[in-house]
Design a protein around this ligand. Sequence first.
Ligand SMILES: N[C@@H](CCC(=O)N[C@@H](CS)C(=O)NCC(=O)O)C(=O)O
Length: 215
Amino acid sequence: MSLKLYFHPLASFCWKALIALYENGTPFEPHIVDLADAGARAAFFNLSPIGKMPVLRDDARDRTIPEASIVIEYLALHYPGPTELVPADSELAWQTRLRDRFYDLYVHEPMQKVVLDKLRPAGKGDPHGVELAKARIKASYDLIEREMATRTWAMGDAFSMADCAAAPALFYANKVAPFGDAHVNVADYLERLTKRLSFARTLEEAQPYFKQFPG
Ligand SMILES: N[C@@H](CCC(=O)N[C@@H](CS)C(=O)NCC(=O)O)C(=O)O
């Protein structure tokens, strides 16, 4: 099989790539990476020296692709399917990328900050940083609330890379900074995402690992 995905089933950025692959039924060989295992960690860093997942390996083109958004861009370019993850229309494409960046930078990364803080050694936490991260997430919810009042998916009627970004970001953000009464549209959007088959499958496969999630 040409494509191999290096990932962990609990890792939120890996979900983004998995959703894209499942969305188009793109065949790939799954490689679960356990960074806690010294041998697996060394092998993974050999493939991708920054050590962040997901990483896509395409043996047919001899390419190693890090970064979830770039993995999706690569899939859209070389392995397109019925779901146009990045629209061919360049006007819609930049808008899709803008929303993808929004979900990564202003929901996903602050959510990671809150989660990773829980894993820090005692006395090494960053409560101020966590407070700022939660405020950023809440501000993002307010923006999403307005935007999703009139949309089914992040770009409107068509599911895209922006929804692949939104799904893991909102799923985990809701755990660390729960949606409030003012975020009904955000909650409804997450509900739609969890019912989308590509994300439902990703969540089902993560189920056995959820006990490792730190709160
Ligand atoms: N900017 C990267 C972020 C990837 C990322 O943060 N991956 C996490 C898992 S969700 C990871 O590999 N963490 C391991 C580590 O930092 O050691 C992307 O979009 O793919």
